[in-house]
Each structure stands twice: as C-alpha cells, then as structure tokens.
Design a protein around this ligand. Structure first.
Ligand code: VG1
Ligand code: CO
Length: 536
C-alpha cells in the first residue's frame, strides 16, 4: 500500500466554532476542504506528541457523511493510525454513543461528521467535530492550533487505493455503537422501574426528527423498556432529515410541541440531529432546559448510577440559575462555564462535577464527555417511575419550594455579520453602569472571561453580562455554530417568589425586559426593525 502526498491549497475559513467546524454543505464539498481539515487535526495531535494509534469515525447520518468516509480512512491510515473504528457501516449514531465508544475502546480521538441541530442535505449544513481521547470535543488550545495549521497546509497524506479498498482495509473495524450505548444506559438507570411505569399504561412519545437517534431509541425504549413501537416518531434516519430542521425546541419542533400541549401523551421528548440535545414535555407542559437540569439534580438519588450522591454540578453561564437553588440546598458546588460542552470536560475529568447542562437543550454526566439527549430522557423516565408524579407536578413543586426563575432565550439568526461584530465590540467596551432605560436602571455590565479551574486555560470575552437594579440578568453573545451571517444570542432571567405569578408564560412575564434588551443593544437602530427568529 503506497502512501501518497496530495498537493492542496489552504483555506482561510476553517476555524472551529462552539461544536467543531460547521459550514454550508456546498462549502464543505469544495475540493480538499474536508481533507485539509482532517489532516490538520491529525497533524496538530501528532505535533503535541500525542500517541495516535486508534481513531473513531462516526456521524449523524447526514449527507455526505458516509460518502466521504473512504477519504477520511485513507488519510488516517496514511498518517500511521493502526485502527480506524467506524461506527457502523451506515455511519449513523448519536454523538453520545460515539463518545462512549471512543472511551470504551481506548481510542486516541475521533471525528463526528455532524452539524448537530443544523438542517442537513445538499442545501443544509455539514460539519466535523474533533474529539479527544476522553471522548469530548477538542479544547480551545487544540482547535486554535488546528486553525493555524489549516492556514498553512500544502499537502495531506493519503493512500493510492480505491474507495472500496479503503472501506475493506485490515486497519478498519466496524462497531455496533447502539448495543454498547444501550448497555451503558441499562447499567445506569432503573430499567425495571421504568418498565413497570410503561406496563402500568403511562403514555409516551419520542420524536427522532428523522435523524440519528431513531434506531437507538427503538432499541432502548421499545426493545428494552416495553414502550409501543408507534410511540417512536420520525425514527428512520434520512440524509437530509426529510427537510426537517432537527432542533428540538418549541420553534423548530412546533407540530410536536403543539400536539403535546394538546394532550398527545403524558411524557413527550425529542432529540436533535446528532442526539446530544433533548426537549422535555409533559401533558400540556413545557420544561425549559435550565429547570430540567435543576430537576435532575434534585432527584439524582433515584438514579442507581448517582445513588451515592454528586460531587458538584455545572451550568454554562447563560443557563438560568434554577439549578443553583437546588444544589445549594444540597450543599453542592455549582460551576459556571462558557457556552460549549468542551468546557465541562476538565471539571468532569477532575471529578469536581458529575452532572451538567446548558440552556440550549443539553444535559449530561460524568460517564462520557458529550451531552446526551437519551440520557436526559431516561433520567426523567426514572424520576417519573420512582415518584409517581407527572412532569408538571415535579416542576411546579420545585417552583413552590425555591421560587421560579423566569427565563427566556432568544436568537436572531442569519443577521448581517459586520453589524453584529460591531455590536459585539461596542458591547465589550460600553460603559452603561448606572444608565436608566425607562423603568430600569443598570447596576453593572461585565465581560465574562473564563479561567478553567483545573487546566487554568484562559478563554476571554465569552459573553457580556448585564444586571439591573431589580435583579434581572441579561447575557449576550454571538453564536459559534451558525453558518450564514451572524446569530445573536440573548438570554434573560428574573427570579420571582410570588406564587400567584407562577402560571404566567415567560414570554408574558418578561415582555418589558425584551424591550429593555433591544434598547440597550440598539437592535432596531443597528439592524432596522428585526424580530427574533427563535424564542425558547
Ligand atoms: C449552541 C448552543 C450551545 C451548544 C452548541 C453546540 O452554540 O448555544 O449551548 O453547546 O450549540 O450544540 P452557539 O454558539 O450557536 O450558541 V450541538 O447540539 O450543535 O453540538
Ligand atoms: Co447536537
């Protein structure tokens, strides 16, 4: 087998974002775009002196994932990797199941071919997440080095063989990630209790959004737990997700959300394209992800895996402080990290936390290094089965005990990039302390810089935080996963202990705050009357 050096020209736009390199599919399809990035990632790991013997390749099934597999295999083997562990011939598995195999088979890293919750297909997005030996996304020191490498790359290593030959190389092994993952889940949760809950006639729906989680959901919920097959919706993975935007939230899973609001089942849930996100719904009741993390923390002792307690929890800084109320009562530390799961990894590795979450529909634990949609859903099923309460009862009870944190996240997707960058730099330096906007007075504005408590790696300017005198917290940042223009992300929270207000919707309760935020950021002046494209 002959190793060849293929001449290439570098690209200047291969900077990985919040969750890997994500671009429009047509950008990824440019000659050598993917190959350059793959070679750069491997070169950086080698330059760091890391042992690279085995490497996992997986994906969420989106186009053109399985078609580019041979090319990736050739580069890996040509770079001296002895074992390429491929996640099924079809290359379809949820990100958490791929993270699990990296760890389980002691691989030195991996690639996940996914743009996560972004739409797929020829006119959608494609992406590649670079995973480390711990099964988690590469930290900023590595992604920055990869970016530098991509700017100067002039050739990549490959093999002089056909695509068919590449798929059959002795160095390539195909795994069954679903079985490994389902076994792991079965070892962590009380499957007997959940089985009894289903046997007792409780109703359930899981929406796989035509993406990667369908087959795993059938194996776990139907085959192992006894749910009805017809309760698993949109369960056949499709390369373009059947045209669905696979982001499980009230905006992009609107039909499912509406059906659940109208009594479809007692418990409803959905996952995103690559299965690391989830949405939790009760009968006529929506659980915001921040409250979801708080409920998981509150009831962790019902989960056999967590029966001995937690060492600490973490939330990304834009996530609401709902979990803080629960954790502090239990005497647990709460860490605040920047947006992006990779920031939890060092805290998890060091054993400082074993449960964590983000407002963006993601929770996970210390058993792997990615967030995990099905894990969160099983967590809820386990709690429902053990408490006998409904989703709504559990959340309302928590609000009565701790007060309710009204919270809303809204996004302006695909706005003008230059204007957004100018807004961002203006906000970094803005001095608005003490400024009055209508009935609100700003008490403090600060830029959120993060120093990892374990690795001491510093990540500057991860967002701008604004507090008002009456304790409203506003957080603002630019998205790192969008592929067209820029996306503004705004997050607001306000604590309320007046029970008579608990039944208001967050949108109604925070109505005036939306106006305040838009005034502070001068959104209408800068962008010309824009409306949020997603409110969750
Ligand atoms: C978004 C979310 C963030 C999440 C990231 C990756 O990032 O806000 O919390 O970790 O997506 O999720 P951004 O930079 O667009 O706000 V996934 O499911 O795309 O891996
Ligand atoms: Co995802």
């Amino acid at each position: 087998m002959e190793i060849i050096k293929v001449q290439t020209t570098s690209f200047d736009n291969q900077k990985p974002g919040t969750g890997g390199l994500r671009k429009q599919t047509k950008v990824f399809m440019q000659k050598n775009f993917l190959e350059n990035f793959v070679q750069a990632s491997i070169s950086v790991r080698k330059n760091n002196g890391d042992k690279l013997e085995s490497w996992v390749v997986g994906g969420d099934g989106r186009y053109p994932g399985v078609l580019v597999l041979p090319s990736i295999i050739k580069i890996l083997v040509a770079n001296g990797i002895k074992k390429v562990l491929v996640v099924g011939r079809e290359l379809i598995a949820p990100t958490p199941a791929i993270s699990n195999v990296i760890k389980k088979y002691n691989a030195d890293g991996g690639f996940i071919l996914s743009a996560s919750h972004n739409p797929g297909g020829e006119n959608g997005d494609f992406g590649i997440k670079v995973e480390m030996a711990n099964g988690g996304g590469a930290p900023e020191s590595v992604t920055n080095a990869i970016f530098e490498e991509t700017k100067k790359i002039s050739f990549y290593n490959s093999l002089n063989i056909t695509d068919e030959e590449a798929l059959k190389l002795a160095e390539v092994e195909y795994l069954d990630p679903i079985k490994d993952y389902a076994d792991l889940m079965e070892s962590m949760f009380d499957f007997d209790a959940i089985k009894k809950w289903f046997d007792a006639g409780h109703t359930f729906r899981f929406n796989a959004m035509n993406a990667s989680t369908g087959p795993t959901a059938i194996e776990i919920f139907v085959n192992r737990l006894g749910a009805k097959r017809e309760w698993i919706l949109n369960s056949v993975p499709q390369p373009d997700f059947g045209g669905v935007h696979p982001e499980p939230n009230p905006t992009y899973a609107k039909d499912f959300y509406d059906a659940m609001m109208n009594g479809l089942a007692e418990f409803g849930c959905a996952c995103d394209g690559d299965g690391d996100r989830n949405m939790i719904l009760g009968d006529g009741f929506y659980v915001i992800p921040s409250d979801c993390l708080a409920i998981m923390t509150k009831y962790h002792k019902f989960i056999p895996y967590y029966a001995n307690g937690l060492s600490g929890v973490a939330r990304s800084i834009p996530t609401s402080s709902s979990v803080d109320k629960v954790a502090h009562k239990m005497g647990l530390d709460v860490y605040n990290t920047p947006t992006g799961w990779k920031f939890f990894a060092s805290l998890l590795d060091a054993g400082k936390i074993n449960l964590c979450g983000e407002e963006s529909f993601g929770q996970g634990g210390d058993y792997i290094r990615e967030k995990d949609g099905i894990f969160a859903i099983l967590f809820w099923l386990n709690i429902l089965a053990k408490t006998g309460k409904s989703v709504e009862e559990l959340v309302r009870e928590m609000w009565r005990e701790n007060g309710r944190i009204f919270y809303s996240q809204y996004s302006y997707e695909g706005v003008d990039k230059e204007i957004a960058n100018k807004l961002w730099s203006d906000m970094l330096t803005a001095n608005i302390d003490g400024k009055v906007y209508g009935k609100y007075e700003i008490s403090k504005k600060e830029v959120f810089d993060y120093i990892d408590p374990v690795s001491h790696e510093e990540s500057k300017a991860q967002g701008v935080q604004i507090f008002t005198k009456d304790n409203i917290r506003i957080f603002f940042r630019l998205s790192g996963t969008g592929t067209v223009g820029a996306t503004l992300r705004l997050y607001i929270e306000k604590f309320e202990d007046d029970e008579t207000k608990f039944s208001m919707s967050a949108r109604e309760y925070l109505k005036d705050v939306y106006t305040l935020v838009s005034d502070i950021l001068e959104l209408n002046k800068r962008f010309g009357n824009i409306e949020p494209s997603a409110i969750n």
